[in-house]
Design a protein around this ligand. Structure first.
Ligand code: GLN
Length: 488
């Protein structure tokens, strides 16, 4: 049962070949077996899961099945869940139990999913290996004896999906946190167009970049999850009033003489990537050509400055968003001699090093001496990148590029903060521009680990992004069944 895709499971649930209760129990058993080793979940919601499953079974029996009725999912522990601890993987929120439900998690309740638990992540979603989690890093299920990273910040979600500890999961992508983890765990994940999925009730990192999105093992599954989570939300002022016309299963966008112009970003050509990544990316591009796609070079002149701009804008917004954790209104409180001392002691104890580093950078670039030279300059670069994407999409329909430079690295890699930041080179520009981008497996490297590539579209072109990703998935044929990954 563990190896079923969501699409397959829904059919079996509908035909009553399996029940949601059985499916849920199978996943909970799997969590018992592997979570101690993989650390994908911070909180497992066993009773809630069994109750959700029973309710789903009753609806299916009565012929009132919903879009995802009975599908067991994991929820990134950044989405507030009513009555269920929501930690953002921080000591600051270790014991925070929200009294409200985030829009995204509510939409999954409305779609009939079964909540298995809250998945691990980098503290406040700041990181690339999920190592900044207060609860310790999740482990990549691929070659698990090697203790490789499952990526970050949505690394608990990718570890859980890849190991079969849930069928799909939510992530958030501020600078690549869905796409990078998916690329090194053989999974599919989309950062939708900014504003397509609601941020309401999602712990804020950098509000102009934060984008909730789905993670699963197939492109069609991701499309199903996106259908459930997208939609206008009056509670989020940046939510887009856009009706995503997303039919599942996705229809082919290539073949039968269909015309499609695919852009390759010129400026990425000289970025150092592994030989495997290079070969597989080129292979997939020539596959798309063989289906009749026209491949053209496009230019995003400032794309290599995206990293620098991102690491000014994101910390700036974070420093402002995280000011609310002061020991008075939210989270951990360490009593001080007066109110300022309480602020200081609570924040010193509650946040980890990376979060503090970001807040210090953010506060510095927003100071009156630095604002013009750093923050405004970064905002200009951001605008230029967004404009360049727009222009590029005049000449092509979709863009493809790698998701990262290579395969999963060991969790104990010794890297400086700047070396970690550099890993986001291929992903941050899409957040700055707001455009949709999906990471899909493009093949297996020589070392037996999966690699991923991105499909990028213009604003609100998420459906075509997924359609092209599905073609790539079919060519790449990466076997990401959990039993295979876990060597069973
Ligand atoms: N690795 C990036 C960072 O550390 C992206 C994080 C994210 O997308 N949440 O900021």
């Amino acid at each position: 049962m563990i190896d079923l895709s969501i699409t397959e499971a829904l059919q079996k649930l509908q035909s009553r070949e399996i029940s949601a209760t059985e499916l849920t129990r199978a996943h909970l058993d799997r969590i018992d077996k592997y979570n101690p080793e993989l650390n994908a979940y911070i909180t497992v919601t066993r009773e809630r899961a069994m109750a959700d499953a029973a309710a789903a079974d009753a609806r299916i029996k009565n012929g009132n099945a919903r879009l995802l009725d009975g599908i067991p999912i994991g929820m990134k522990d950044l989405f507030a869940t009513r009555g269920i601890r929501t930690t953002a993987a921080s000591h600051m929120l270790e014991n925070f139990i929200p009294e409200y439900e985030s829009t995204v998690s509510q939409k999954f309740i409305d779609a009939g999913t079964v909540l298995l638990g809250k998945t691990n992540l980098d503290e406040f979603a700041m990181g690339t290996f999920s190592k900044t989690s207060y609860f310790g890093a999740p482990v990549n299920p691929w070659q698990r004896e090697k203790h490789l990273t499952a990526g970050g910040s949505s690394g608990g979600s990718t570890s859980a999906v890849a190991a079969g500890m849930c069928m799909g999961a939510t992530g958030t992508d501020t600078g690549g946190s869905i796409r990078f983890p998916c690329s090194i765990t053989g999974l599919v994940g989309i950062k939708p167009t900014y504003g397509l999925s609601s941020r309401w009730g999602c712990v804020a990192f950098a509000s102009s970049l934060d984008t909730p999105g789905p993670i699963a093992r197939t492109v069609d599954d991701v499309a199903l999850l996106l259908r459930a989570m997208a939609g206008h939300d009056p509670k989020d002022s940046t939510s887009a009033d856009f009706n995503l016309n997303l039919e599942t299963p996705l229809k082919p966008i290539l073949g039968d003489g269909k015309k499609l112009r695919i852009g390759i970003i010129k400026e990425f050509a000289n970025v150092k990537i592994s030989e495997d990544m290079k070969t597989l990316f080129e292979k997939r591009v020539s596959d798309l050509k063989s289906m009749g796609a026209e491949v053209i070079e496009v230019s995003i002149p400032n794309i290599l400055d995206a990293l620098a701009a991102y690491y000014i804008i994101a910390p700036a917004e974070a420093s402002s968003n995280l000011a609310r954790y002061d020991g008075v209104r939210y989270g951990l409180r360490v009593e001080g001699s007066d109110v300022y001392d309480t602020f200081k002691k609570s924040r010193a104890a509650g946040f980890g090093d990376e979060v503090k580093r970001r807040m210090i950078i953010g506060t510095a670039v927003l100071s009156s001496e630095s604002y013009e030279v750093y923050f405004m300059q970064a905002a200009r670069v951001r605008r230029m990148i967004a404009d360049a994407f727009n222009r590029a999409f005049d000449g092509c329909d979709l863009i493809v590029c790698p998701s990262g430079a290579g395969t999963a690295m060991p969790l104990d890699s010794d890297m400086t903060p700047l070396e970690y930041y550099a890993l986001d080179l291929f992903t941050v520009a899409m957040n700055l521009a707001g455009v949709p981008a999906c990471s899909v497996p493009c093949g297996m490297a020589q070392n037996g680990l999966p690699l991923g590539m991105q499909v990028v579209g213009k604003m609100f072109d998420d459906v075509r992004v997924l359609q092209l990703a599905k073609h790539i998935e079919q060519f790449a044929c990466v076997d990401n069944r959990p039993t295979k990954i876990m060597g069973e």
